[in-house]
Design a protein around this ligand. Structure first.
Ligand SMILES: [Fe+2]
Ligand SMILES: [Fe+2]
Length: 173
């Protein structure tokens, strides 16, 4: 099957949805599991979101009409809200509490909403803007980037920024 960045991004959305389903089913006593699942969520989400912001969204923007530009602005605003508010709120809660469960639920709902909009609107537009060759090329670039040390460094930096240090402390104490 030919490579296709839109299919790869959709598959990653599904992985995230499954992880959020898992963490939603944990109890307040499952502190260690919650910490591990949150780490997995961030390890999946951060490279995905950063690559969208740095490569896919700008390429999309270049080809977009007025509606496309609004869709792009909306997607970027949602990324910003998750990064600056939703994720820090999760980290500020103790994983053994209902506060954490509530905030993680909001985090999952936000991601599901955003992923749905991408799939239904942005990716549908992109399907018409990019040729099959371009979608295959983007997919290859994404895979190479994910394997690069630049991506790994970025992941660590973003995790620290999100306050994962605090979570690691609380699950190892
Ligand atoms: Fe996104
Ligand atoms: Fe996405």
């Amino acid at each position: 099957m030919a490579r296709d960045i839109l299919k790869t991004l959709k598959r990653e959305h599904d992985v995230l949805r499954a992880l959020f389903d898992e963490i939603k089913d944990t109890t307040d006593r499952a502190v260690k599991t919650r910490g591990e699942l949150l780490e997995k969520i961030e390890a999946s989400l951060i490279p995905h979101a950063k690559w969208e912001e740095q490569v896919f969204y700008p390429e999309f923007m270049e080809r977009a009409d007025r509606d496309g530009l609004q869709t792009h602005a909306e997607a970027l605003a949602e990324h910003h809200a998750v990064e600056t508010s939703v994720i820090p709120d999760v980290h500020a809660a103790d994983p053994g509490t209902p506060e954490f469960a509530g905030r993680v639920k909001v985090f999952g709902e936000f991601i599901d909403h955003h992923a749905k909009e991408e799939e239904k609107t942005m990716f549908a537009m992109a399907r018409k803007m990019f040729s099959a060759e371009e979608l295959a090329d983007l997919d290859e670039r994404y895979e190479n980037w994910k394997d690069s040390s630049a991506a790994q460094t970025l992941l660590v930096a973003e995790k620290v920024k999100a306050g994962l240090k605090g979570t690691v402390r609380s699950i190892t104490r």
